[in-house]
Design a binder for this molecule. Structure first.
Ligand code: DNO
Length: 388
């Protein structure tokens, strides 16, 4: 597979020169400054592409070309927004950037409750704690009917926490769930937002009455509209699975399991409609057998995210090393190398470690942890190739 790296543009403290030294071949990036819904112009695409190529690398994958909320909930302006999306796809295809990752998660992209969970070895991982999430939902958002989504045990623990939790802890939780994990991935809530919880509640309200079936229909509609453009310009779309892969906050999620993936691939049965195989997101669902899914969907996978997780007995999810956990990275590398050795692959999040612990990186995207994980994956790739 092609070794790619998620890079956040010329302002990223990780430079392209650094990436060349550690074995990166292609870049995964986006026009992060263009607001959601606006067209990516040929000029802006060219500028970023030239910058990358001057450093001897190439722009392999777009992550992400964000899908506006109105497309997801089917608002009155969705057709106009889809037209803009098609123009961006055309401009990317003409520039030779032909793999586009996106997601169809309503309101909130990936979710973590703890961005710095200490591991026994002194490094830190990202973490999803069900009780903390229940606390956010029931006590901070105060969402109507939220209680029915949690077990009596989880609700009891959340109620106990309510007796001792400080304002600072509440702020930390809000930051982790709806701010620090969202803005930098073109999400809805950016750092410095005045009243993030109120804004978040308004966004949730947009989905009143939208169930799983309706959201699926809206995804199908979107894909049907953009496929002719993808065919004409040779662009492969690859939806990112929902992370974690289950419904949250009363919102439907529709890319959570083998059944979901099978549904959207068949609903729009076109090779340009494909999947980002994110082993970390999928392995966080105890219902998912990641290796079986890789085998089943490899021929419609256009992009691979390698990361692994462990689901604890209480359902909490820990991001583990790339050599451990339910992600079965060795097996996945074997499957994808066999199916399509030119697939772009990036290591996804990794542990925060060593000198990086006191530096400020986007959560999950530190340098040393990812470099370490990439070295592990390169070793796996070399071993797998020698098996042939
Ligand atoms: C988080 C990322 C996601 C992903 C988007 C793709 O680290 O994996 O934010 O980029 O969901 O659209």
């Amino acid at each position: 597979m092609e070794r790619t790296w998620r890079w956040f543009g010329p302002k990223d403290q990780i430079t392209l020169e650094m990436l060349r030294q550690i074995g990166v071949e292609g870049l995964v990036t986006a026009l992060h400054d263009v607001p959601n819904g606006e067209v990516w112009t040929p000029e802006a695409i060219k500028e970023l592409k030239d910058y990358i190529e001057k450093a001897g690398l190439h722009w392999s994958v777009v992550e992400s070309l964000p899908v506006s909320e109105a497309i997801k909930y089917g608002g009155p302006d969705r057709d106009k927004l889809i037209e803009n999306y098609k123009i961006s796809l055309k401009n990317l295809g003409e520039a030779g950037v032909k793999t586009v990752c996106y997601n169809f998660m309503p309101v909130i992209d990936w979710i973590r409750t703890d961005l710095k969970k200490r591991n026994a070895d002194g490094s830190y991982s990202l973490y999803f704690d069900r009780v903390q999430f229940a606390y956010f939902d029931v006590y901070i958002l105060k969402r109507e009917g939220a209680e029915k989504d949690y077990s009596p045990e989880e609700l009891k623990k959340a109620a106990e926490w309510d007796k001792t939790i400080t304002e600072a802890e509440k702020d930390r939780l809000i930051e982790a769930i709806i701010i620090k994990t969202q803005g930098f991935v073109n999400g809805n809530i950016k750092e410095g937002e005045n009243n993030p919880v109120e804004k978040f509640k308004k966004l949730l309200a947009l989905y009143d009455g939208i169930d799983k079936k309706q959201l699926r229909e809206n995804l199908k509609y979107f894909l049907e509209q953009i496929m002719p453009t993808c065919e004409k310009y040779g662009v492969n779309m690859c939806v990112h699975p929902d992370d974690p892969p289950f419904a949250v906050l009363g919102l439907p999620r529709i890319v959570t399991s083998a059944e979901d993936i099978d549904w959207f691939l068949k609903a729009v049965d076109n090779p340009h409609n494909g999947l980002t195989f994110c082993a970390g997101s999928l392995s966080a669902g105890i219902h998912n057998d990641v290796s079986a899914m890789a085998k089943r969907f490899a021929n419609r996978t256009h992009f691979v995210h390698l990361r692994s997780t462990e689901v604890e007995p209480n359902g909490n999810v820990l991001e583990t090393s790339h050599l451990a956990g339910r992600g079965h990275i060795v097996e996945l590398v074997r499957i994808f190398e066999k199916e399509n050795p030119s697939l772009p692959m990036r290591v996804d999040h990794a542990q925060l470690m060593l000198d990086d612990i006191h530096k400020s990186y986007n959560p999950g995207y530190s340098f040393l942890g990812r470099m370490h994980a990439l070295a592990q994956v390169m070793g796996i790739m070399a071993a797998v190739k020698s098996e042939k």
